[in-house]
Design a binder for this molecule. Structure first.
Ligand code: SAH
Length: 516
């Protein structure tokens, strides 16, 4: 605590207000958040966010930042607009940096203008961070350019939802109908029949093409097309719902040739990733890049081994062994994280030879700029043991360091010891069940199921089964390799595909195969 200064003792102890950032969070695809928007999220003491702003972005917030949901789904106003304005002002006057995240662009049908006016009136400093608007991105992700030289030189944006307190319509349907070129409408899916008939009555050609893009730029994106005469029926037939962007005009036909987002190989497929939160990234990323709707449902978490000190000593002594034997990528990671902390020079590993249970593990070793001397043809613990027993000169009196998890059934050291080798076990980590469901993935899987379940380790299988989640009959199960498949078999689960190379790219290929 600072002592009172004479200045504050005289009554002007109020801190200067914090800045409010009115930030466009883009239309949904996390890649469409701007760098400046991300910075503002990181800076915020208070985050106020909308229904349309991707909640994933909250992860960028600094620890302890206050997160407030301001709603804005039609009919669900968690906070009334007036309350939202008051909240932004109140928090700023407390001296806090406030980031107000809005879907799309804050000044395109986002009430950002009103909020900024209130801030000015209250003397609160503010900045605007424009975002990628759904008016442009929605059509783009449906393969529809809003302008195209062959079709239009004009673009009209309008809202199908008006302030209900305003009384008679302020929308000039005649002017909209008369406007040449592309028209993009936000909101108003629920009122489409009324809107299209007004436009037709006002003279718009009933055969004018229209597309509706729902949850644009997200894995849930859904597109329907028709003419302004048929689209209301199409909405009824497909039970199409908000939020959606409507594009009207000849450019809509370009979707036939330019659709790309929803034509990617795994688009719309729900795929469950059961790896640890820390490891899910690479697999999720590759699946998402192919269009999949990825649900990360970690079943296990990697923790330090019981005897951390013992592990550290063995890593330190690694150069004393003739062979280092790695049984998993996690073991490699744990080993080298510590090794690089202990030694600055990679040559401190000595003249050891290195064995890996499979190609994934070997790849992780190579990331440390070390070669791998042995990978068994049969990439299992037993396969590795068999290959080691066949090394030149045999294993008798040779020194092995086995780097492995705590709980694994350990046939390797037993087998080597029996053949006369001197074996030490370096217990690198333990896998424990991931019990909390902070992202709601378990609940979502229970409700919606998935097209494919992916498993990248036997322990992920064991712990998934322990969660007792029902697996729908049509759901395909894909395994990374023989060890994982064996775990699936042990639980009586069917295997629809096993990866041919036992690594993440192999697993992704297997997912593609099983859905082909
Ligand atoms: N400021 C936002 C628009 C807010 S108004 C922007 O620039 O995009 C809310 C309307 O935007 C929704 O009713 C819907 O019509 C549209 N919208 C926003 N995000 C969308 C998305 N991902 N997919 C489809 N429509 C979206």
């Amino acid at each position: 605590m600072m002592a009172d200064t004479p200045h504050s003792a005289h009554g002007s102890s109020r801190r200067s207000p914090g800045t409010v950032f009115l930030v466009g969070a883009g239309p949904g695809d996390p890649g469409l958040l701007t760098l400046r928007a991300k910075e503002c999220i990181e800076l915020a003491d208070v985050l106020v966010y909308d229904y349309l702003a991707n909640p994933l972005f909250l992860h960028y917030a600094k620890p302890g930042a206050e997160k407030i949901y301001a709603g804005k789904k039609a009919g669900d106003h968690a906070l009334k607009q007036g309350d939202t304005n008051a909240l932004l002002i109140q928090k700023a006057l407390e001296g806090k940096t406030v980031t107000r995240l809005k879907g799309g662009d804050p000044f395109v049908f986002g009430r950002g203008g009103e909020e900024a006016e209130e801030l000015v009136a209250a003397g609160v400093p503010f900045e605007i961070v424009p975002g990628i608007s759904s008016t442009i991105a929605g059509p783009a992700y449906a393969g529809i350019p809003v302008t195209h030289r062959a079709f239009n030189t004009q673009l009209t944006l309008f809202t199908g939802h008006e302030d209900p307190t305003k009384g008679p319509s302020t929308l000039d349907y005649a002017a909209i109908a008369r406007a040449p070129g592309t028209k993009v409408m936000l909101m108003g899916v629920e009122r489409m029949r009324a809107i299209t008939s007004q436009l037709i009555a006002a003279g718009l050609d009933p055969t004018t093409p229209i597309a509706l893009v729902r949850w644009a730029t997200t894995p849930r994106q859904q597109v329907i097309t028709g003419t302004i005469e048929t689209i209301a029926d199409e909405i009824d037939r497909t039970q199409f719902k908000a939020p959606a962007v409507a594009v009207i005009g000849g450019v809509v036909n370009l979707r036939n040739t330019l659709a790309w987002f929803d034509r990617r190989p795994l688009f719309g497929k729900k795929i469950l990733v059961t790896r640890t939160r820390a490891q899910a990234g690479e697999l999720s990323h590759q699946l998402a890049a192919l269009g999949a709707d990825v649900i990360e449902l970690p079943t296990i978490r990697i923790e330090d081994p019981e005897d951390r000190l013992g592990f550290g000593e063995l890593v330190q002594d690694a150069h004393k062994y003739e062979w280092l034997v790695f049984t998993s990528p996690n073991g490699v990671e744990r080993f080298f994280t510590l090794f690089h902390k202990l030694y600055e020079d990679v040559r401190s590993i000595g003249g050891v030879r290195i064995a890996a249970v499979g190609t994934g593990t070997a790849a992780k070793i190579r990331e440390n700029h070390l070669g791998v001397d042995l990978v068994p043809k049969v990439m299992t613990g037993d396969g590795l043991l068999a290959a080691l027993l066949k090394i030149d000169g045999g294993v008798d009196h040779r020194m092995f360091l086995l780097i492995r998890p705590e709980e694994v059934r350990n046939t390797i050291s037993a087998g080597l010891t029996k053949a006369g080798a001197i074996v030490d076990d370096a217990i690198a980590y333990r896998t424990v069940p991931e019990t909390n469901d902070e992202t709601g993935a378990q609940a979502r899987f229970r409700e919606e199921g998935a097209d494919v379940l992916t498993f990248a380790s036997g322990s992920a299988v064991d712990h998934f089964v322990a969660l007792n989640l029902p697996i729908p009959a049509a759901t395909k199960i894909v395994s990374i390799g023989p060890v994982t498949s064996e775990a699936l078999k042990n639980h009586g689960l069917r295997i629809d595909a096993e990866a041919t190379t036992h690594d993440i790219p192999g697993l992704v290929q297997a997912v593609k195969r099983v859905l082909a």
